[in-house]
Write a protein that binds this ligand. Structure first.
Ligand code: FES
Ligand SMILES: [Fe+2]
Length: 398
């Protein structure tokens, strides 16, 4: 059963409209979102198992910021700005890899220890009296939750552990912190404003029509709900009915019993949203994440990775392969829907959303954005060049 129905609705028509179309195509909104949303919330970079050895690193680029997460010689995982203190180059060029015993900037060769300290400067005397101690890599707010590495570029507020406390007990049996990568981080970039990407992911109303694989897997059992701390949860279960599609049928049949999980979770796919754009996924055979991030006003990326407990059984390997196959199809289907929806917002015929109670996750998400960006309540865009100031006035007046 779904958790809400039209009969229970207390939402007036005015609240069904969603964010105005203009804000899905505005460089000024994007600049404010970068500053107030992406720089000031915890963002997921990956899992500690992706950087097991000293010198292993992974990165995250977003909101004109660049994060570098690297494992030190002492085994510690640390986060820095991926920003050379000489002239601002990246200090690691690749998205992930191993930098050896030192991080050497590809521009002029300044080198840093894995703990961020400035170690070497070519032709150091040419800088006069350069203070090495104050020119190390700049550290970044970092928190590791069940092996998942989060960073925050600016601001304060609850830790990720405090934020995710409502799901702590449900997540613990999966032993996410012990898991190993099942794949390399995947990444798909496409044309759309980032909010249009998260909109599609924040409701399950589209699942029966748009995702044949997911619908065949969990059908009417799927439901969305909002947990404490405004954590969106979606859950669907399977195994109690005949599945039609080859991949789904074999997944349900081959999946070994997940005896480390409570019975209610042994045949369930569960998703928890982490504002602003990440989703943690919990399956009986594996866990993972995916996230939507802006690459600009009109371009976004969807990226993620899967993790599992070491398990050499053939049937587990097959189940994980089929899980990935079902999820890959759903991801491609979502990207198509995102594009169509976002294109539609720019049409002269677009009159705004009409959100059902089954899309309450979208409304909750918009409400959250409106809290920091009250300018998104305006039906029309403010005159060019005034948006940041107008937003501040609205915040001050609230
Ligand atoms: S910018 Fe890094 S060494 Fe010059
Ligand atoms: Fe979807």
């Amino acid at each position: 059963m779904r958790s809400v129905s039209f009969e229970q609705s207390s939402v007036g028509n005015a609240a069904r409209g969603g964010l105005p179309a203009w804000c899905y195509d505005s460089d000024e909104v994007m600049a404010l979102e970068n500053e107030l949303v992406f720089r000031r919330n915890w963002l997921l970079v990956g899992h500690v198992s992706q950087i097991p050895e000293p010198g292993d690193f992974m990165t995250l680029d977003v909101a004109d910021e660049r994060a570098l997460v690297v494992r030190g010689r002492d085994g510690q995982v640390r986060a820095f700005h991926n920003l050379c203190r000489h002239r601002g180059s990246r200090v690691v060029a690749e998205a992930s890899g191993n930098c050896g015993a030192v991080i050497t900037c590809p521009f002029h060769g300044w080198s840093y220890g894995l703990d961020g300290r400035l170690r070497g400067v070519p032709f150091a005397k040419s800088f006069g009296q350069l203070d090495h101690a104050s020119h190390g890599l700049k550290p970044l707010g970092q928190e590791i939750w069940h092996g998942m590495v989060f960073v925050r570029f600016k601001g304060e507020g609850p830790s990720i552990a405090e934020t995710l406390a409502p799901i702590e007990a449900a997540v613990a049996p999966y032993r996410l912190e012990e898991m190993q990568p099942l794949e390399n981080r995947w990444r798909m970039a496409f044309e759309a404003n980032w909010k249009a990407t998260v909109d599609v992911d924040n409701e399950g109303y589209h699942v029966p029509v748009a995702h044949p694989g997911l619908n065949d897997l969990y059908g009417h059992s799927y439901f969305d709900e909002m947990l404490e701390n405004r954590i969106p949860k979606a859950m669907g279960s399977f195994g109690d009915r005949r599945h039609k599609l080859w991949s789904v049928r074999h997944y349900a049949k081959l999946l070994p019993e997940a005896t480390h999980l409570p019975e209610s979770h042994r045949q369930a796919w569960i998703y928890y949203g982490v504002f602003p754009g990440a989703v943690l996924t919990f399956y009986p055979d594996s866990c993972g994440f995916y996230q939507f991030l802006p690459l600009g006003t009109r371009r976004s990326v969807m990226q993620g990775c899967g993790f599992g407990l070491p398990d050499p059984r053939r049937e587990m390997r097959a189940a994980r392969y089929l899980n990935r196959r079902i999820n890959n199809a759903a991801g491609k289907e979502d990207i198509q829907l995102i594009k169509w929806s976002w294109e539609g917002m720019r049409s002269s015929a677009f009159d705004g959303f009409v959100l059902s109670d089954l899309e309450s996750g979208v409304r909750a998400y918009h409400d959250r954005l409106r809290e920091v960006l009250p300018v998104l309540n305006l039906a029309e865009a403010p005159p060019q060049g005034t948006l940041a100031q107008r937003n501040q006035e609205l915040r001050d007046a609230a």
